[in-house]
Design a protein around this ligand. Sequence first.
Ligand code: DGP
Length: 114
Amino acid sequence: MADCIFCKIANGEIPSTKVYEDEHVLAFRDIHPLAPKHVVIIPKRHVQNLNEIDQLTEAEQLALLHACKKTAALAGIEVSGYRIASNCGPDADQSVQHLHFHVLGGGKLSVNMA
Ligand code: DGP
């Protein structure tokens, strides 16, 4: 998508601090962290949000799920704990219209984070 920030991050047009990458997904540090460790995981191919996840292949969907676990391990929070969140649509205040999962951890999380 031409003017999608996360597509630009996925193809290297906008720099990011990469945490994890495979052929289907990219995980990078959130620019406005809401927790001591805050990483965003995206599919490299554009879909708007979870409502469109069927447009991704099963391999891409599985890669997203596995990236959650791998990202938590790489961030060093797999034992202390973490939260996965995905804002979908207006009532959830989804601000970037490219499917993404927030990985939050590194300290006690409040209920309204992400
Ligand atoms: P959401 O509200 O769920 O759509 O979250 C979008 C997140 O994306 C938000 O926490 C900030 C982050 N974000 C937006 N633009 C950029 C960017 O250019 N770089 C990085 N690293 N993160 C961004």
